[in-house]
Write a new protein. Structure first.
Length: 293
C-alpha cells in the first residue's frame, strides 16, 4: 500500500489549514484503515471507484458507529478533493455518497451546582491546590480547549483588561474575557503559588508543575478526573467543562453568535447544538416545577 499520496495530503492540510498533530494523525488512521479495506477488494485508495469505496465503508457498518463512518467519508472527501486539485485524479468517487444518518448527540455537560462542586474541590491552602483552583476557574470562565489551556503563556494573558489571546484550531486567534472571579484566582495563584512552584526558574507557561515546567494535556485531564472522582461527580473531562461554559451561557440568555466567537467555532452550525441543550434544559425545568409538567 502506497502512502505517498496520504503523506502529501496531510502535508497540504498542515500547510493550508494549520491542523494539529492529533487531527492529522486521526486523518492518517482513517485513510490507512480504508486503504487496507480497499486493498482487500482489489483496489487502491488513489484509484478506487465509487462502488469500491461504498463497499469499503459498508464493511464496518455493524462494528462502527454512524459518526465514525461519517467522519471517514468526510476525510475521503477532502482527500479526493486534494487529488483533484493536484491533477492526480479527474473525478471524485465520493461525490454522490451520502453520510450515514446520525441522531442528534447532545454534548455531556454539568449543572451549575456540579461545576461549583468541582471548583471548590482543590485545597487552596496548598500551592498545587491553588494552581488547580485557578486552572479550573479559568477553564469554566473561558471555555478554552485543554490544548489551549496548557499552551497558554504569560504573554497571552492581559491582566489589566482581563482578556486572553489564544489560538485554536486552524491557528486562528481569538480574544476571550476572563471574568472577575477567574482573574482574582489567577492573581492569587501568581502571587502565592506559581513563584513557589518555579522556585526562581524561568517559565512562560501560565500553569506550571513541580518540575518547573508547563503542564501537559495528560496531566490537566488527570487532575480534573481525579477531583471529580473525589467529589462523587460523574466522569468529567476538560471538554465537558468547555460544554458547561457554553451551555450555561446559552441558558442565561447569551447570543449564539457570541458563544460561537468565544468558543472559536468557525461555523455557527457547530455552536447551534447548544440551542438544543438549552431547550432540553427548559423541558426539564418545566417538568420539574410546573404543576402540569
Amino acid at each position: 500500500m502506497s502512502t505517498d499520496s496520504i503523506d502529501c495530503f496531510l502535508d497540504h492540510l498542515w500547510l493550508s489549514d494549520g491542523l494539529s498533530a492529533n487531527t492529522l494523525a486521526a486523518y492518517r488512521r482513517d485513510l490507512a484503515k480504508l486503504a487496507v479495506r480497499l486493498q482487500a477488494l482489489g483496489a487502491t485508495l488513489e484509484q478506487a471507484s465509487e462502488e469500491k469505496i461504498r463497499q469499503a465503508l459498508l464493511q464496518a457498518v455493524d462494528s462502527e458507529k454512524p459518526a465514525t463512518r461519517a467522519r471517514q467519508l468526510s476525510c475521503l472527501r477532502r482527500y479526493y478533493q486534494f487529488l483533484l486539485s493536484s491533477g492526480q485524479r479527474q473525478d471524485s468517487p465520493v461525490e454522490r455518497l451520502e453520510s450515514p444518518r446520525q441522531g442528534l448527540r447532545l454534548p455531556k455537560s454539568l449543572s451549575e451546582a456540579q461545576v461549583e462542586q468541582l471548583l471548590q474541590a482543590p485545597d487552596v491552602s496548598q500551592p498545587l491546590g491553588l494552581r488547580d483552583r485557578a486552572m479550573f476557574e479559568l477553564l469554566y470562565a473561558t471555555g478554552l480547549r485543554v490544548s489551549e489551556l496548557v499552551g497558554l503563556s504569560m504573554q497571552q494573558l492581559d491582566r489589566v483588561t482581563g482578556l486572553i489571546i489564544t489560538r485554536g484550531k486552524g491557528n486562528k486567534e481569538r480574544m476571550v474575557p476572563l471574568g472577575e472571579i477567574a482573574l482574582e484566582w489567577l492573581e492569587r495563584y501568581f502571587g502565592e503559588a506559581r513563584p513557589l512552584l518555579l522556585a526562581g526558574m524561568p517559565c512562560e507557561a501560565v500553569f506550571v508543575t513541580q518540575r518547573k515546567a508547563g503542564m501537559t494535556r495528560q496531566m490537566a485531564w488527570h487532575l480534573i478526573t481525579t477531583y471529580a472522582r473525589q467529589q462523587g461527580l460523574p466522569p468529567i473531562s476538560p471538554h465537558i467543562l468547555r460544554h458547561a461554559f457554553a451551555t450555561h451561557l446559552v441558558n442565561h440568555g447569551a447570543d449564539l453568535r457570541v458563544v460561537q466567537l468565544l468558543l472559536g467555532h468557525s461555523d455557527i452550525s457547530t455552536t447551534q447544538i447548544y440551542t438544543h441543550v438549552a431547550r432540553e434544559r427548559l423541558k426539564q425545568l418545566h417538568a420539574q416545577h410546573h404543576p402540569r409538567g
